[in-house]
Ligand binder design. Structure first.
Ligand code: FES
Ligand code: FE2
Length: 375
C-alpha cells in the first residue's frame, strides 16, 4: 500500500460497505443496488441524512434535479456534511466552511492561503433513480446498472394507481425478508384486509431458485375473496381463485404479485386477475435497524386518487402495526445472535426464507473472497 507522500499516512481504503473509517468485515453484500430513499424523500434544497450499511450518507438534489449521494462526513473534523448548508450544487461544512461539490471534491477552503488539501475529498456514491426510488451503489467495484433488476411494471399506469411508503424498523433486514418470503403468517398476524380465511397455512408452496433469485408461489380459493380484492369482484361474497408469487432479488428486494379472479377460464397472472404488483425493499441502516419501503401498483380502480391514498395507508398500517411489532420483538429477543446459531426449529413454510438466507450468505462470502484476493 502506498503512503501519502505529504503526511506519511496510509491512504484511506474504502471499506466495501462504503464506510471509509475502515471497519473490518462486512455483513452486507455491497456490489449491488440498494434503495437509498423514495424519490419524494429528496426534494428541493433539502439535505437528507441517512445511515446505509453502517455508513452515514447525505442525499440531495442538484438544481437540475439529479440526485447526489456523498459520505456524510467532512474529512476535516468529521462533522456530518448534512449539518451544513447548500451553496448551489455544493455543500458547505457547518464547522469551518470547507466547501464540497457533488463529486465530493473540496472546491473552497476559506482558511489561511486558501490551499485545498489533496485529501479534502469525500466519497460520492453512484445513484440510479427509477420507479419512484433512488438506488445507491456502495461497493468497491464500478457501479453496474445492469445489476438492478427490472421493476418497470411499477411505471405501468397512472400516478393514481401506485402508492409508495417508508417504514423504518428496529430489526435486522433479514428478519423483514423472512417475513415477506413466508406468507404463511398472514392469517395469524394480519386482519381482515389480507386474510386468506385459513387457506394459506396448510399449503406447501413450490420454491424455485434460479439466476440468484428465489421464488415461492401459492394458489388457493377462498370465500369471500381477500378483502383488498372483494369490492372489485363481480360477486364479492362468493369464492374466488387467488395466487401470490413472491420473488427475492439480491440483496434485499422482494417483488410480490397477487391477484384474484372469479372467471374459471382466467389464468392466475396479473393481467387476467384483479391484482397488484408490489415491491418490498430493505436497506440495512446497521445490524439492528432497517429502512423498509413498499410500493404497490394495482390494475383496478386506477384513476381513483382517494382510493389510492386509502390503499397505501391500509397496507402501510398492516405492515407497521401488525408485522412490525413481531419482527422488532424477534430482533430484541435474538439481539445480535446469528439466526442459524440459535438452532431455530424449521417448519415447511421456512423453505423459501431459508433458501434466501443461504443464497445471500454465499454471495456475501464470494464477494469477501474476491475482495481479499484483490479482485
Ligand atoms: S469539520 Fe468540516 S470544515 Fe472543519
Ligand atoms: Fe405480514
Amino acid at each position: 500500500m502506498t503512503k501519502n507522500p505529504t503526511t506519511g499516512a496510509q491512504p484511506i481504503t474504502f471499506h466495501p460497505s462504503g464506510n471509509a473509517v475502515g471497519k473490518p468485515g462486512t455483513p452486507y453484500l455491497t456490489n449491488c443496488w440498494y434503495a437509498a430513499a423514495l424519490s419524494r424523500e429528496v426534494q428541493g434544497e433539502d439535505m437528507l441524512a441517512r445511515q446505509l450499511l453502517d455508513t452515514s450518507v447525505l442525499l440531495y438534489r442538484k438544481a437540475d434535479g439529479e440526485p447526489v449521494a456523498l459520505h456524510d462526513r467532512c474529512p476535516h473534523r468529521f462533522v456530518p456534511l448534512s449539518k451544513g448548508k447548500r451553496d448551489g450544487d455544493d455543500v458547505v461544512c457547518a464547522y469551518h466552511a470547507l466547501r464540497f461539490d457533488c463529486t465530493g471534491q473540496c472546491t473552497h477552503n476559506p482558511h489561511g492561503k486558501q490551499v485545498i488539501p489533496a485529501a479534502a475529498k469525500v466519497r460520492s456514491f453512484p445513484l440510479l433513480e427509477k420507479w419512484g426510488f433512488i438506488w445507491i451503489w456502495m461497493g468497491n467495484e464500478p457501479a453496474d446498472a445492469s445489476k438492478l433488476p427490472d421493476f418497470g411494471e411499477l411505471d405501468n399506469g397512472p400516478a393514481s394507481g401506485i402508492g409508495h411508503t417508508y417504514m423504518p424498523m428496529k430489526a435486522n433486514f433479514e428478519l423483514i425478508i423472512d417475513n415477506v418470503m413466508d406468507l404463511s403468517h398472514v392469517d395469524h398476524v394480519h386482519g381482515e384486509i389480507i386474510s386468506t380465511r385459513g387457506q394459506l397455512t396448510p399449503q406447501i408452496p413450490p420454491v424455485k431458485e434460479e439466476n440468484k433469485t428465489v421464488n415461492v408461489r401459492w394458489e388457493w380459493a377462498q370465500t369471500p375473496p381477500m378483502g383488498i380484492f372483494a369490492p372489485f369482484m363481480q360477486k364479492p361474497e362468493e369464492s374466488a381463485r387467488h395466487f401470490v408469487s413472491v420473488t427475492w432479488y439480491a440483496p434485499a428486494t422482494i417483488q410480490l404479485t397477487i391477484g384474484a379472479t372469479q372467471d374459471d377460464s382466467a389464468g392466475l397472472t396479473l393481467d387476467q386477475t384483479v391484482g397488484q404488483y408490489d415491491l418490498h425493499t430493505c436497506t440495512p441502516a446497521n445490524a439492528n435497524e432497517t429502512h423498509y419501503w413498499f410500493a404497490t401498483r394495482r390494475n383496478h380502480n386506477v384513476d381513483d386518487e382517494g382510493f389510492n391514498q386509502f390503499k397505501i395507508d391500509a397496507m402501510h398500517n398492516a405492515f407497521v402495526d401488525e408485522d412490525g411489532p413481531i419482527i422488532e420483538a424477534v430482533q430484541r429477543e435474538m439481539n445480535t445472535s446469528d439466526f442459524f446459531s440459535l438452532n431455530p426449529v424449521l417448519i415447511t413454510s421456512d423453505a423459501a426464507p431459508v433458501r434466501v438466507r443461504r443464497l445471500l450468505k454465499q454471495m456475501i462470502e464470494k464477494e469477501a473472497e474476491k475482495l481479499a484476493s484483490g479482485g
